[in-house]
Unconditional design. Structure first.
Length: 579
């Protein structure tokens, strides 16, 4: 149910509230989701179907499923006449699993193999809890999991979409293709464990167990490979070097993965912390190098320090693992104690460092003489967004720009605000993706003081998991309804009018590894899709140049410094240019 005017509803046990468009979060196949404070409200698209399927009784059954990792219903939502139209649950925060799979997330969150084991084991606890209550999760794909970080006991999973579980007289029929067990009849606890294996294997390695290049199969033939048991353990399968080595998986669990994915066995899995003896997997990852050509590119090391580089901002500031801020322009440390989620932009007389601070952003000005001053803009922000060297905060009204200005003292002035629905807009690297009651828009800053808001129908119904913006260009990675990753790229005119060109292709996973350099008239992009080849492209003209070089690998983290392509590898910062 989508709301086009304020709607008065009653939450069982909590009382009456009024929902409006500003509470809207997202829409799915069965209904729409709204947020009010610490609660999420799901309203079914067809309340009559809710009555026919006796969903009220199912919700009341699921209310009894109390577990710290399960975001279960807490009660029914009633309309003004007392009829059930949905249910409510606790609001849960965390990182979507599709992003947790990526190397970029691992670096930024300092997330390691032990953390992956903690999540894997705790997810297993969720399945066992449900199975003990004769419930089957059925469609526990990566979109239905988030990872809660920052706790003293390590990362914890949260399972969503609990009302879709099969329990009692309520069957479930929908399961995403990417986790479907094509070798087991029906939907059972064993098919659940197959889906658990698919998702957790990606937590460890970053790749779906039926992907990688394998002779005889196309990149999009996921279902065929699953039916043929042609998994990553097949002889001859090849991967980009960015795929993490299978040796990071504890031995008994690695053996279970191979037996399940390659040999078709269906058994209960071991915990990653089990130490029992098992037959080890026959092989581990082999990096793929596509060329022996060298000498096409010029590499220059910009920073080699025992304190590894974590991020490079376009203004030339490098964030080191220790929290120090190093300026590539002067080869000096200019600040310290910055978090991995900070944003840095440069002004005429120094730098502004923005810290997310748990939803209450704070700002510090660091002068060129390295003096630090706290800045307090006259706006209540909730999150930070940076596009190139422009800094923004999100508010209840939308996206507000902050500008560094110097009078008698340096201030952070409030600039223009561009409207955006606060609950239903996801913010990425320089771009927002807004679900406006089922219609998708890109919110893309451009130029020195403008921001485009463009309706992008190609994204309707997709789950965007990564995005990056440059001048007149936005690159997106999203999941479709089958669980396949797509890369979709939009190129705009100078005013970001509704007319644009779009390119679409398959993606291995949610990793968006790309540098976008601003040039007059548009952007120039550089990306590494496979080892041994740098792809340089100009979106506005369609020109693509594939440069073979054996030293190029998918382990490079590409970014920009001013008009230069730079990258981080093994904690060092390098620049990359054509000879």
């Amino acid at each position: 149910m989508k709301i086009d005017r304020p709607l008065r509803v009653e939450l069982e046990g909590r009382g009456k509230i009024t929902l409006d468009r500003n509470d809207y979060v997202a829409s799915g196949g069965e209904g729409s989701v709204y947020r009010r404070g610490d609660l999420i409200i799901k309203l079914y698209a067809d309340p009559a179907k809710m009555l026919r399927d006796d969903m009220s009784a199912k919700i009341r059954t699921l209310v009894t499923f109390k577990h710290p990792y399960i975001v279960a219903p807490r009660g029914l939502v009633l309309d003004g006449g007392g009829k059930p139209i949905g249910y409510y649950m606790d609001f849960a925060t965390g990182e979507p699993f599709a992003r947790v799979f990526t190397n970029k997330f691992r670096t930024r969150a300092k997330f390691g193999d032990h953390d992956a084991s903690l999540l894997t084991d705790r997810m297993l606890q969720v399945f066992r809890f449900a199975h003990d209550r004769q419930a089957v999760l059925v469609d526990a794909n990566e979109l239905n999991w988030i990872a809660a970080l920052g706790g003293a006991d390590g990362p914890e999973p949260r399972i969503l979409d609990v009302d879709s579980w099969a329990v009692g007289k309520w069957p479930a029929k929908v399961v995403m293709l990417s986790i479907r067990d094509f070798h087991t009849k029906g939907l059972t606890p064993l098919t659940d464990m197959f889906s658990w294996g698919i998702v957790t294997f990606q937590l460890y390695t970053g790749i779906h167990p039926y992907k990688g290049e394998l002779a005889g199969y196309g990149m999009l033939e996921l279902e065929r490979r699953m039916r043929d048991n042609a998994s990553v353990f097949s002889t001859g399968v090849q991967f980009p070097s960015a795929v993490r080595d299978f040796g990071c998986i504890p031995g008994p669990l690695l053996g279970w993965y191979e037996a399940t994915f390659q040999q078709g066995e269906r058994t209960q899995p071991p915990s990653p912390f089990d130490t029992g003896v098992t037959t080890p997997a026959r092989r581990v990852k082999v990096a793929r190098i596509t060329t022996t050509t060298s000498g096409k590119l010029d590499y220059q090391r910009l920073l080699d320090d025992s304190d590894p580089a974590m991020r490079v901002f376009p203004c030339g500031i490098v964030l080191l693992e220790s929290g120090k801020l190093y300026d590539l322009g002067t080869n000096r440390v200019v600040g310290s104690n910055a978090s991995l989620d900070c944003e840095v932009v440069k002004g005429e007389h120094g730098w502004v460092v923005g810290e997310p601070n748990g939803g209450e952003p704070t700002f510090t000005f660091i002068s060129t003489s390295h003096e630090a001053t706290v800045l307090t803009p006259n706006v209540q922000g909730t999150a930070l967004v940076r596009y190139e060297n422009r800094l923004f905060v999100t508010t209840d009204r939308g996206l507000t720009e902050l500008k560094l200005m110097k009078f008698a003292r340096t201030i952070l002035a409030v600039g223009d605000t561009w409207g955006a629905m606060p609950r239903s807009t996801q913010w990425f690297d320089g771009v927002g993706v807004q679900d406006a009651m089922g219609a998708t828009f890109l919110i893309a800053p451009f130029g020195d003081g403008s921001c485009g808001q463009v309706r992008t129908r190609e994204l309707d119904g997709l789950h965007v998991v990564a995005a990056k913006a440059g001048n007149r260009f936005v690159s997106i990675i999203a999941l479709d309804s089958t669980g396949l990753y797509k890369k979709i790229e939009f190129t705009f005119d100078e005013t970001y009018s509704p007319s644009y060109t779009v390119w679409e292709g398959a993606a291995l996973n949610a990793e968006l590894n790309m540098a976008i350099v601003t040039r007059p008239g548009g952007a120039v992009g550089a990306t590494v899709v496979r080892d041994g080849e740098l792809v340089i492209f100009v979106p506005t003209t369609g020109v693509v140049n594939k440069v073979p070089d054996k030293d190029v690998t998918t382990t490079m983290t590409l970014t920009t410094w001013r008009d230069r392509v730079v990258y981080i590898r093994d904690g060092q910062v390098w620049s990359l240019t054509l000879k």
